[in-house]
Design a binder for this molecule. Structure first.
Ligand code: SF4
Length: 283
């Protein structure tokens, strides 16, 4: 029932087996949809008037790896979708940093419809905990990719997921996560306290961090992230931004709501006839 934004599944399942996650057990192995089918579905959505499409999958970056005969990896699919006339914006989620390639970074830089906001979930800043989570990257290799991306496209903004209080996480290891958040200044961060999920390897490990301590760590990260958000909003003051108008504000029908390409919410005066259009708004 959203007249502007649509969601299209491109891959199901996950082969990564992070030790805290049930997805590989509940959804099974990665299975990509044929690119022709995806392009066709997106074309139909655009014909119906949708302006933005978010491509969905547990790990969209490994799209096509299970079907080498298609010769269509994730960035190849993005080039095909960008060619659909009238598709103003393409987004995708979620990503695994291990599979984020230079080709994808170049696509984000070069494709007009692909938004410069990429979910790049670090989960934790400590190498020991990352290993225990089976995340397949180190803090260093993660940072290398982040800086490569920022070098290719300085305006790129990143989102992340963070888990605090993973079994055996020490205070020093938490500080490494805190410092990573401070260094990268994500534009969106989903921060959670660890809780065990049935059927996962981590379920067998003793939950060593008390609930009070998890909450203290969570609050520290939330406070830091709120400071980052405030700083990022301040930078936008007196700057024109492109907003895709999504709907009227629920609280005040004289206001419209939309998002920038980098996923910032913008509320501004205007009538319903602007819904579905791209507007330049001075913040
Ligand atoms: Fe896969 Fe993401 Fe779950 Fe890891 S957290 S197993 S990448 S779905």
């Amino acid at each position: 029932d959203d007249p502007v934004k649509a969601y299209v599944s491109i891959i199901r399942g996950c082969d990564k087996f992070c030790t805290y996650c049930v997805v590989p057990y509940t959804r099974g192995q990665e299975a990509s949809r044929h690119p022709d089918q995806i392009v066709d579905e997106c074309q139909k959505l655009v014909d119906k008037g949708y302006k933005e499409i978010t491509l969905l999958g547990q790990n969209v970056n490994s799209y096509g790896k299970d079907k080498p005969e298609w010769q269509s990896l994730f960035h190849d699919l993005l080039y095909r979708l960008d060619a659909i006339p009238g598709l103003e914006r393409i987004r995708f989620m979620t990503s695994h940093p291990y599979d984020i390639t230079r080709d994808l970074m170049l696509a984000v830089r070069d494709l007009p419809s692909l938004c410069e906001f990429v979910h790049f979930p670090i989960q934790c800043g400590s190498n020991r905990v990352l290993r225990k989570m089976n995340r397949l990257y180190t803090r260093e290799s993660y940072m290398e990719k982040v800086y490569e991306f920022k070098e290719i496209l300085p305006s790129v903004t990143l989102g992340t997921d963070i888990i605090v209080g993973f079994p055996t996480e020490t205070e020093d290891e938490f500080e490494e996560t805190y410092n990573a958040l401070k260094e990268i200044e994500y534009s969106v961060a989903f921060i959670f306290s660890y809780s065990a999920r049935k059927g996962t390897p981590a379920m067998r490990w003793q939950d060593t961090v008390s609930e009070e301590e998890k909450d203290r760590r969570l609050q520290r990260l939330l406070q830091l992230q709120n400071e980052v958000y405030a700083k990022q909003r301040q930078v936008l003051v007196n700057t024109p931004v492109e907003v895709l108008v999504e709907r009227q504000s629920h609280k005040n029908k004289e206001l419209l709501k939309g998002r920038t390409r980098c996923w910032k919410n913008v509320v501004f005066p205007g009538g319903p006839e602007l819904i579905g259009s791209l507007q330049q708004v001075n913040i």
